[in-house]
Design a binder for this molecule. Sequence first.
Ligand SMILES: [Zn+2]
Length: 145
Amino acid sequence: MDRCIFCEIAAGRAPASIVYEDADVVAFMDIRPVNPGHLLVITREHHRNIFDCPPVLAGKLLAAAARLAGPLQRATNAAGLNLLIANERAGGQDVFHIHLHMLPRHVGDGFGFRLPPSHPERPPRAELDEMAAAIRKEITEEKSP
Ligand SMILES: [Zn+2]
């Protein structure tokens, strides 16, 4: 089995520029930053991504990000900040240990989300309601034993 680089960092066995750590999460500098100050926040426990991470633990990634947002903004003089978790290859995930990106943003920095050509169209309400119902049904089924 291949070793997981983020587990190695969490255990202190691989080098990283640590910004913050507690019992549940570790935050460190991305080695290929999109912008200066680009941080990753990971769980100490190995979970592949949002699909297998316990919700309470996933919440701790966001709690740490909220705590780090101000310090990161002040240290980088960022005008904005994006938080992003990429899940699976189709979602842009490259390291398969859940990580939340903290991306300091500046006007005109060249980074951004590319929207599909169909994006300007507003789907009819019935279509939104149908999708909402399909998702609600899955929530209900997930709760039952
Ligand atoms: Zn891992």
